[in-house]
Structure formats: C-alpha cells, structure tokens
Write a protein that binds this ligand. Sequence first.
Ligand SMILES: NC(=O)c1ccc[n+]([C@@H]2O[C@H](COP(=O)([O-])OP(=O)(O)OC[C@H]3O[C@@H](n4cnc5c(N)ncnc54)[C@H](OP(=O)(O)O)[C@@H]3O)[C@@H](O)[C@H]2O)c1
Length: 414
Amino acid sequence: MVWRLLTSPYSNLLQRSSGCGRHDYGGWKRVRVALRHITSFCRAGSAGILPPILARVLIDITHDDVVNEESDESQTSSQDTFAYLPIPQTTMFSRNLKKLARNPILGARRHHGQGNGGLPTHFTLNSGDKIPSVGLGVWRAGKGEVGGAVKAALNAGYRHIDGAWIYRNEEEVGKALKDSGVARDQIWLTSKLWNSFHAPEDVEATLDDSLLKLGTDYLDLYLVHWPLALKKGSKKYDKELTDNQYPTWQKLEEMVEKGKIRNIGVSNFTIPKIEALRWNPLKIDPAVNQIELNYWFPQPDMLQWSKETGILLQAYSPLGSVGRVSESLNVPVVKEIAKVLKITPAQVLISWHVQRGTVVPPKSVTPSRIEENVHLTKLPDELFRKLEDAAMSHKPERGLNPSKEWGLDFDIFA
Ligand SMILES: NC(=O)c1ccc[n+]([C@@H]2O[C@H](COP(=O)([O-])OP(=O)(O)OC[C@H]3O[C@@H](n4cnc5c(N)ncnc54)[C@H](OP(=O)(O)O)[C@@H]3O)[C@@H](O)[C@H]2O)c1
C-alpha cells in the first residue's frame, strides 16, 4: 500500500506536504502526519488551490487502500481526515491530476554507468533523461576562446556544455558544436533564462534567441538562472514576478510541450523558493537546481533535501571559481588525497562532487585542464569522508552573491 502511495501520480503532492522522500518507504508515518495537517488546514477554512487538489488525491488514494486495508490508528486517521475535507470543486482538478505529476516514480537516481573511474558517467533526471555527470562550464569563457574550449572538450570526451544567454557567447559555442561534427543528439546542451525575460510574454523570444545562436532547435535543459525578475528595460526588480515564479514556470512548461526544451530546472534557488514554486500545481517538477557547491560552500542540508526531493543538484563554481581555484587546489586534505591516488587536486575535487551525487560543470579554456577535469576517480570511502569532513569543518563561505551589485534591497539567498 505504501508502495502504491509513493509511486502513485500523487506522490509529488504528498511528498510536498509530508516532507518525505520518494525512497523513504518508512515515510508513511509522515504522510499520515501530512493528512492531519491538511485536515487542519481545511478545517481552518483556508482558501486556495491546494486543499481541493489534495482532497481529491486523498479520496482517490485512500478510498480503496487506507480505509479497507489499513487497520487501527491509520484507519482512524484517514476516516478522521475524510470527516473534515471539503470535497466541492475537486472534479476539475482531479481530471488534470494525472497530468500534473509527470514521471511520478522517478527521482534523480544515481550511479548510472560506472564508466568514469568508478563514478557515474550520467545521472538520471526526474524526467527519465540521462545527463552527463561532467560538463564544460562556459561562464567567463570569452569571445575567441570559448569555441576552442568547446572543441577541446568534445575531443576530450565531454558531451555536456553548461551555458547561458547572459554569458554572451552562445553564437561561438554553437559554431564550435556545428564544426565538431558531433551529432546534436549526442550532446547535452543547457542554457538559462536571464532575469530580464521572466515575463511570460518574453520567455519564448529569448529562448528562441538562444536556440538560434546555438544552432539547434531544442535544449536539453533550460534553467531559470536566478529567482529574480527584472522589470522590462530596467535594472529594478519586478516584485510580483520575483515573489511568484509560477507564471514564468508555466511558460517554460509550455516550451517543453512545444518541444523547444526537454527539461526545465532552476538555479540559485533556496529550499523555500523551490517549495514555494512547487506548491503550485506544476505539470513538470524542476529537474535540477544549479547552485554554488564547492569545498568552501558544501551545502550538506541542501544536498540531502534535494536527494530526498528528487531534484538533481548541479555544482557551479566547483573549484571555487576564478578567485579561489588556487586556494582550493592547495587545501591540505585535497593535496593529500591527490598524492595517495596519484591524481591532480582538481580531479580530486571534481570526483568528490560526482561522488556526492551532483553534476559538475568545471569551466576552463585551457585544453590541458579541460582534458584533466573530465577524468574522474572514485575516492575510497575513508578519503571521501575525510574530504567531506574537512569541507564541513570550516565556516561556510559563499563565493557568489550579486544582491548588492544588482542594487537589491534584499539578499537573493535569504
Ligand atoms: N547558475 C549560475 O548562476 C552559475 C554561477 C557560476 C557558475 N556557473 C556555471 O558553472 C561553471 C563553473 O563555475 P566557475 O566558472 O564559476 O568556476 P570553476 O569551474 O570553479 O573555476 C573556473 C576557474 O578554474 C580554472 N581551472 C579550471 N580547471 C582547472 C584545473 N584543472 N587546474 C587549475 N585551474 C583550473 C579556470 O581557468 P582557465 O579557464 O584559465 O583554465 C577558471 O579560472 C561556469 O562556467 C558556469 O557554467 C553557473
């Protein structure tokens, strides 16, 4: 029964209210707690879209299973729930419910293909698509150098490029991809929606611009670059669209339906911001969240939560970004592990990210480093733990926070 519940098309909604992970089969207890919360929510007479949806969900799921099969406490609990649920207006939502949770049983599963030094070559997204675990980051890869970097990466075996509209180098990336002769369907291409184009009516045009520049008719992944919407032609932010990302997300869902994007995700979103988005009746759950993750800022709670939620993390600035690379590569424990395993410090850090279960897009325009960065080595458990402990033992230090630079009167990560 629990299996049926957690693999039902409604599992997303239940997880959101219960906080239990897809693979947490002991989570039934928390589902029950969630039922009680929903009951009190409904008792309190709260308006909004969620109660009717959940009411329908609970009816559908519990009708045969809980009431008939579960005994004692849970039966009482479910009957108790039924007693208070407001049923009206649920029909319309129930018709759409199955569509709401695309691929409900899939989380971001790990360990697909142990072909790269014993570490996964790919991770599987909640859509079922497989994303290469290492990609080439192209932020700050300038004009005249990014094309060469992409070519070097493809030659070294990369099949994943992490770009963005705002990096202003998509045209050169696209040309390098075309010149390489590597088939489009062999390459994973990510781009990102810039802050100026969150208004639903602007999304498709900027996406088309990226597609045109990259010389492709679809993206494998499109991310909301920041949880920040700027007003048209202005550096001021649009409070309404910033506080509520759902209209932008709906437009992205439409782009998936149109075939212009295969997967959608977010970047620089905190847990509350993802939760706020996911409280809406999403047709498509975010597949990934691309955030800063490195030795200085390892974010263990976010990592744990994302695993439980089935959202794959992508570790940006994996080497500490330009300002801290050299310091990262000189961390004593990193150097020690490199020496023991006879690999380079950069390879230790990149392997560590993949071993933590995150996608890594190290940036380089230097062919020898590009080659170096794609070769992984699984760290033996005790060395992995040692590095994890070291990363956790200092005060977390975020490297990138543009809130002040952008003149915001709030912290984008608050
Ligand atoms: N979503 C977001 O908001 C966001 C924010 C930041 C980054 N990102 C993504 O994440 C990617 C990576 O992050 P990042 O560019 O900030 O930082 P990073 O990958 O941690 O560091 C890049 C720096 O490391 C150097 N480097 C790379 N490999 C090296 C090696 N093996 N040995 C020594 N130095 C090495 C590069 O130099 P050379 O290039 O000179 O070789 C470059 O200066 C970006 O390119 C972008 O795609 C996304």
